[in-house]
Ligand binder design. Structure first.
Ligand code: FPP
Length: 245
């Protein structure tokens, strides 16, 4: 162990966020800085995903949602999209057993049906293998976009109204929440974004209304367990007022 390793015992376990969401950004820049192909950045980024999942489980986080592929990412060059799909599949195959052993329940939020068939199959296998686990929920956002998630919710609600099952004045914030991919998940208390960009990038727009945001300049492949713990310590020092005084 390195001498600068931060111990998680410095964290107040009673005040941990129950749900952490992460915008994993900077794989491409990490590779560019090293004169490598962007795919190398995604490969190294996959190792960071493994580390973050393990660390969050160890720390005692109940829900972890990682933005792994946005609806906009389909517009990247074909070779990069294919490489990301291969990495995803590899991740699901190689981590499935560890998720089972570590009591992690796996789920996907997003337009699963747009993903290649073989990736969809590995997703289903991983969901089935982990469905009874209750130690931590790992959600991968894949082909995810918050605006299209809200459109999907609006359409489903409109159908209920049209069918006469839902009076218009019975529509509340809770109605919308229940029609999102995250219906059964609490809103994230903490959103982490790497690589220094001050943007939300169409991620969980409804769910992050009161979320604390932590942006670090570190590129995703360089993000460490120590930095995660440091961010959690800083989060624990903030007071959340939800618009009140
Ligand atoms: C951003 O880097 C990252 C992504 C497009 C998706 C995240 C993907 C991974 C971490 C690897 C595979 C995922 C799993 C779950 C195994 P970027 O390419 O946008 O970086 P840039 O902004 O520097 O170009």
């Amino acid at each position: 162990m390195k001498s600068d390793t931060i111990n998680i015992s410095g964290l107040n376990t009673a005040a941990l966020p129950s749900h952490i969401a992460v915008i994993m950004d900077g794989n491409g820049r990490w590779a560019q800085k090293k004169f490598l192909n962007r795919v190398k950045g995604h490969e190294k980024g996959s190792d960071t995903v493994r580390m973050v999942v393990r660390s969050c489980r160890e720390i005692g986080i109940s829900f972890l949602t990682l933005y792994a592929f946005s609806t906009e990412n389909w517009q990247r060059p074909k070779a990069e999209v294919s490489a990301l799909m291969v990495l995803l599949k590899k991740f699901l195959v190689s981590e499935r057993q560890e998720m089972v052993v570590n009591n992690i329940r796996f789920n996907v939020i997003g337009e699963k049906e747009r993903l290649p068939r073989d990736v969809q199959e590995e997703i289903q296998r991983t969901k089935d293998a982990t469905k009874n686990n209750d130690g931590m929920n790992l959600n991968l956002a894949l082909s995810y976009g918050a605006r299209s998630e809200i459109v999907k919710a609006a359409r489903e609600i409109a159908e209920e109204v049209q069918a006469g099952r839902l009076p218009v004045d019975a529509i509340t914030e809770d109605t919308i929440t229940r029609h999102l991919y995250t219906a059964d998940i609490p809103d994230p208390e903490l959103l982490i974004r790497t690589s220094g960009e001050m943007r939300i990038s169409n991620f969980l727009l409804w769910q992050i209304a009161y979320t604390e945001i932590a942006v670090t300049d570190t590129l995703w492949p360089d993000f460490t367990r120590n930095e995660l713990i440091q961010i959690l310590m800083e989060y624990q020092g903030r007071s959340r007022r939800f618009g009140r005084v």
